[in-house]
Design a protein around this ligand. Structure first.
Ligand code: NAP
Length: 258
């Protein structure tokens, strides 16, 4: 059975991947959607033309992932595409942050993504694809978004290296690095602070556009997918200039504008 697996499929970017892939991919038998919100996952499943299997699963739960892996074996699943979207960020000063929420970012964004990827590679064959949701936050350390940015730097680095490792097996891995995307992400991210998103109104993208670009880049076997002129410029600037200078400038801007 050929399957597409999407983590974090209950909303935002993950759900949008499911919707866009639903219109193509005739060779796929089932979409396997992972998330914790049953109502949202059921609503999405009803809207899709493909057969859908829902896994109510916290991706940080290794026992739950063991069970999920059992289903892959049971149905002799061939994972043609894995899309790792489950993740979150919380803005705020590190020293004053809630520890559970902070460590949870590392567990979800890094550990769980790594575990899911490691578990699913044996079920993949030639020409399969892996798409990992990193972020433009991966390009530069971010004051007041320190752990989230570091977690996405991990995803970005890991993904690029993995793409090289899997090339000989003809499995292609893409790191998707969007700037701000219009999803529920900010409801949690900005609960206690807003400082790092001052520029977000200029760079906010729709999930539709980000996913369309990511899928095109994945088909073209591109290692990195960056949507939007300003975010591409940010990527280039973060490569050309010493990070210390950019961080000092941003800190100065913050001091002046409060
Ligand atoms: N929105 C942005 O501005 C932006 C920018 C760059 C990168 N990203 C990245 O893109 C990915 C998707 O974000 P989004 O914008 O679509 O945000 P979102 O609308 O908040 O969706 C996040 C998804 O992750 C799932 N999730 C979170 N923790 C989970 C866990 N422990 N187990 C299972 N599922 C979990 C949520 O599902 P349940 O609630 O059902 O558990 C939800 O479906 C994230 O990795 C995010 O870091 C977002």
């Amino acid at each position: 059975m050929n399957v597409v697996v999407i983590t974090g499929a209950s909303g935002g970017i993950g759900a949008e991947f499911a919707r866009q892939l639903d219109n193509g991919l005739r060779s796929i038998d089932e979409f396997w959607l992972i998330g914790r919100n049953e109502i949202k996952l059921n609503k999405l499943a009803k809207a899709l033309k493909h057969d859908v299997r829902i896994f109510l699963l916290d991706v940080t739960d290794e026992l739950g992932l063991d069970e999920f892996e059992g289903f892959l074996t049971k149905y002799d699943a061939k994972v043609r595409m894995l899309i790792n979207c489950a993740g979150y960020g919380i803005v705020g000063n590190f020293a004053r942050a809630d520890r559970e929420g902070t460590l949870g970012m590392i567990r979800t964004n890094c550990e769980a993504l790594t575990s899911v990827t490691h578990r699913l590679i044996p079920y993949m064959r030639r020409n399969s694809r892996i798409i990992q949701l990193a972020s433009s936050a991966a390009f530069l350390p971010q004051q007041d978004f320190a752990v989230y940015a570091a977690s996405k730097a991990y995803v970005h680095s890991f993904t690029r290296a993995l793409n090289r490792e899997l090339k000989e097996r003809r499995i292609y891995v893409t790191s998707v690095c969007p700037g701000p995307v219009d999803t529920d992400f900010f409801a949690l991210a900005e609960l206690r602070g807003k400082s790092v998103f001052e520029f977000k109104k200029y760079t906010m993208a729709s999930p539709e556009a980000v996913v369309q670009k990511a899928l095109r880049d994945s088909v073209c076997k591109r290692e990195v997918s960056v949507y939007g002129v300003l975010i591409n410029m940010f990527n280039i600037v973060s490569k050309l200039f010493p990070h210390k200078c950019i961080l000092d400038l941003l800190a100065l801007y913050k001091r002046i504008h409060g």
